[in-house]
Ligand binder design. Structure first.
Ligand code: AMP
Ligand code: MG
Length: 478
C-alpha cells in the first residue's frame, strides 16, 4: 500500500460542511496519464502512482491510509440564478498533503461516483472532459496562471452514458483547496453564522494568513480575482461557466467545463453551448467577476463587525475597487505583451488599438501577439494597412521605453505564448483516445508544458484551425 502523507484539515470542520463517503470502485482501472512533474512537487513517487496499487487509489478503488474521503457541500449562482444547494456531485476529496514547499494541497478524485449532492447525475465523467481538463489546466499552469492542477487521469473500464456509451475516466485534481464563493453562500443563505465564521477563519488561516477579518478577506479575494481575470484576458481564455460555485476563493482557475482559448479574436466570443445569452463572453468576464464578488460580499456581510448599513457601505466600497484593480492588472499583463516596461498614459489606447484591428479581422489572438516578437504579426492581417499604422505608433513607443530592444524582444517572447491548447487539437486528441490511441495526448501535453518555446518540429501546434476544423461550441464537463 502506498504511503501518502495525508494531513487533513477540511475534514475537521463541522459535519455540515460535507458528507463523508468513499469513492465508488470501478471495474477495471487503467492509467491514461500520470503527471510526473506535479507528483514531484507534491513529494509523491510517480512510479508508485503508476503501479497497480497507485492506479487503484487514483480510480477510487482503494482508499489510501490517512485519507478521509468526503464530498463538499456548496451553493451558487448559476448563470445568475440562485441554487441553494450544489456540492461535489461527482468528486471526492481524499484529503490534503503538504507539498515539498510546505503548501497544503487538496487531492480530489473527479468522476468518482455518486454522492448526496449528485442530484440526477451519475457521479461519473467520460474520458473527453477528463482529458480536456488534464490538458487545459496543466497548460494554464505552464502559462503562469493560477489554476487547479491535474495529477492523473485513469480509465475505469466502465461505460458512462451520455447520448451514447462512452469510456469512463477519473481525474485526480490537485488544488490549494476547493473552497468557492458558493461555499460561503451556502452557509450565508441558511443564516448559519457559526459555520460562516468557521469557514472564514479556515480560509484566512489556509489562504490569507496575513488577513484579519471578513472585510480584509473580501479585499484579498477581490485582488486575487482581479489579477486572475486579467491573466485570462491576456491569453484569450474564456472560462465559460463563471458561476459563483466555480469562483475559487484563493483565485485559482477552477472548473474546465465549457472553457476555451480563443483562436480568431473577437471580444464577444462565447463557446459554451449552454451560454445562449453570451453572459460569459470573453469581454464580459471582468464585469461578471464584479458581480460574483458582490455575491461574495453579500455572503460575508453578517460577519462585518458593525451595523448592517455601515457593513453594506464598506462591502460596496470594496467591490467598487475591483474595476481599478482589474484595470491595473490588465495593464501589467498587456504592457508586457507589448514588450514594454515603463508606463505611459497612451498605453491603454495603444493596446486597445491593436485589439480593435484584431477584432475587425478576427486575427488569431495567440499568433498575433506572438508575432510581435518575430515580426510575423503583420501576416495575420489580409489587408495590413491598419496594422502598419498601429505598428508605427508601437515602434515609436518602444523607442521611449528604457528596455533595450533585446530586452524588449525577450519580454515579448516570455509574455506571449507560442502555443495554447486549441480546441480543435483537443478534439483531435479526444477522438484518438476514443480509438485507444493516447500518443496524440502525450505529444500535445509535452508541447503545452513549454508554451513559450516552440521548436520548429512542433510548429504545427501553433496552427489555428482550418475552416472545417473550427470548434464553435464546448460542453459542460459532464
Ligand atoms: P459544474 O457544471 O461542473 O460546475 O457542476 C455543477 C453541479 O453539478 C455540481 O454540483 C456538480 O457536482 C454537479 N454535477 C455535474 N456533473 C455531474 C455528474 N455527472 N454527476 C453528478 N453531479 C454532477
Ligand atoms: Mg463546478
Amino acid at each position: 500500500m502506498l504511503d501518502w502523507p495525508f494531513d487533513n484539515s477540511f475534514a475537521t470542520l463541522p459535519d455540515r460542511f460535507f458528507s463523508r463517503l468513499a469513492p465508488t470502485p470501478v471495474s477495471n482501472p487503467e492509467p491514461i496519464a500520470i503527471n510526473r512533474a506535479l507528483a514531484g512537487e507534491l513529494g509523491l513517487d510517480a512510479d508508485g502512482l503508476s503501479s497497480d496499487d497507485g492506479v487503484r487509489i487514483l480510480a477510487g478503488n482503494t482508499v489510501p491510509k490517512g485519507a478521509d474521503p468526503l464530498a463538499q457541500v456548496y451553493a451558487g449562482h448559476q448563470f445568475g440564478g440562485w441554487v441553494p444547494q450544489l456540492g461535489d456531485g461527482r468528486a471526492i476529496l481524499l484529503g490534503e498533503i503538504k507539498d515539498i514547499k510546505g503548501i497544503r494541497r487538496d487531492l480530489q478524485l473527479k468522476g468518482a461516483g455518486r454522492t448526496p449532492y449528485s442530484r440526477g447525475g451519475d457521479g461519473r465523467a467520460w474520458i473527453g472532459p477528463v482529458i480536456r481538463e488534464y490538458l487545459v489546466s496543466e497548460a494554464m499552469h505552464a502559462l503562469g496562471i493560477p489554476t487547479t492542477r491535474a495529477l492523473a487521469a485513469v480509465t475505469t473500464g466502465e461505460s458512462v452514458y451520455r447520448d451514447l456509451p462512452l469510456p469512463g475516466a477519473v481525474l485526480t485534481r490537485v488544488a490549494s483547496s476547493h473552497i468557492r464563493v458558493g461555499t460561503f453562500q451556502f452557509f450565508a443563505a441558511r443564516q448559519d453564522l457559526k459555520a460562516l465564521q468557521a469557514l472564514t477563519d479556515y480560509v484566512i488561516a489556509r489562504h490569507y494568513p496575513d488577513t484579519e477579518d471578513a472585510q480584509a478577506l473580501l479585499d484579498a479575494v477581490i485582488r486575487a480575482q482581479a489579477r486572475l481575470v486579467a491573466q485570462w484576458m491576456g491569453v484569450g481564455f474564456i472560462h465559460g461557466v463563471m458561476n459563483t460555485d466555480n469562483t475559487h476563493v484563493a483565485g485559482e482557475t477552477i472548473d474546465y467545463g465549457p472553457c476555451a482559448f480563443m483562436d480568431g479574436f473577437h471580444p464577444d466570443t462565447v463557446y459554451s453551448s449552454i451560454d445562449r445569452s453570451g453572459r460569459y463572453a470573453y469581454a464580459r468576464q471582468p464585469e461578471i467577476m464584479v458581480w460574483n464578488m458582490a455575491q461574495f460580499a453579500t455572503a460575508l456581510l453578517p460577519l462585518f463587525d458593525d451595523g448592517l448599513e455601515a457593513a453594506v457601505e464598506r462591502a460596496t466600497e470594496s467591490v467598487r475597487r475591483f474595476p481599478d484593480l482589474y484595470r491595473a492588472a490588465w495593464m501589467d499583463v498587456f504592457r508586457a505583451k507589448m514588450g514594454l516596461r515603463s508606463n505611459e498614459d497612451g498605453d491603454v489606447g495603444l493596446i486597445e488599438g491593436l485589439l480593435k484591428i484584431m477584432g475587425e479581422r478576427n486575427a488569431d489572438f495567440t499568433n498575433t501577439f506572438r508575432g510581435l516578437s518575430d515580426a510575423s504579426a503583420r501576416a495575420q492581417f489580409p489587408d495590413p494597412s491598419g496594422f502598419d499604422e498601429w505598428e508605427e505608433r508601437w515602434l515609436a513607443r518602444r523607442k521611449r521605453d528604457p528596455h533595450s530592444p533585446e530586452k524588449q524582444r525577450e519580454l515579448l517572447r516570455t509574455a506571449n505564448p507560442a502555443v495554447i491548447p486549441r480546441n480543435h487539437q483537443i478534439e483531435n486528441v479526444i477522438r484518438a483516445a476514443l480509438a485507444d490511441d493516447f500518443a496524440p495526448m502525450f505529444r500535445l501535453s509535452d508541447v503545452l508544458a513549454a508554451p513559450f518555446d516552440l521548436s520548429a518540429e512542433n510548429a504545427g501546434f501553433s496552427r489555428p484551425p482550418e475552416p472545417g476544423e473550427e470548434v464553435r461550441q464546448t460542453f459542460c464537463g459532464t
